[in-house]
Design a protein around this ligand. Structure first.
Ligand SMILES: [Zn+2]
Length: 183
């Protein structure tokens, strides 16, 4: 029986498959619970939309301390804009996974269960809820403003599955960590 991960890899082989001693191997095989299938699929679709020409591939996709961690590489040099698009897709997946129940994918919160951190929804909650800290849904992202690399401070919005830029200071200077973010 093909797993959902296997089906996804077969659908987007250039993003996953590398030859290893003559056999097909996917270093970025998504190693995470079924509840994150949608998060992973959305991530792969977003990256495929940006680069499905074999230029990039995933090298690791794992659940780490309750968050989906994704690493990738490129087979050749790629434009910065493309790299930023891929990082954006990965950032969105990480942000969503932090609140997506590992059992069903519904919105939940972080729990410690048998010494393992994982987000769980009301229906599947178990273990001890991890206290919520202010700014947990605030993310720093790399961006480009006026052709200069900057750090953009954003909040993840569950409903729209998108980053919303936080209100800027009065002037219109490119946002930087020291300007807008209090983390
Ligand atoms: Zn659930």
């Amino acid at each position: 029986m093909t797993t959902w991960q296997g089906a996804l890899i077969q659908k987007y082989p250039t993003l996953f498959v590398r030859p290893f001693r003559g056999v097909a191997f996917a270093p970025g095989y998504p190693r995470c619970a079924p509840g994150w299938q949608h998060v992973v699929t959305r991530l792969v679709e977003r990256v495929a939309a940006a680069a499905n020409d074999g230029s990039v591939y995933f090298t690791q996709m794992v659940c780490e301390h309750g968050v989906l961690r994704t690493h990738w590489s490129s087979r050749s040099e790629i434009p910065q804009q493309l790299a930023l698009k891929i990082e954006e897709a990965i950032g969105l997946a990480e942000a969503r996974s932090a609140s997506a129940c590992i059992d069903c994918g519904a919105e939940g919160r972080l729990f410690a269960t048998d010494f393992v951190l994982a987000p769980l929804c009301r229906l599947h909650q178990r273990g001890t809820p991890v206290p919520i800290v202010a700014g947990r849904d605030v993310y720093l992202r790399r961006g480009v403003v006026r052709q200069r690399p900057v750090l953009v401070c954003s909040r993840y919005d569950w409903e729209s599955d998108a980053f919303l830029d936080l209100p800027t200071s009065a002037d219109s200077r490119p946002k930087r960590l020291s300007d807008d973010c209090e983390l």
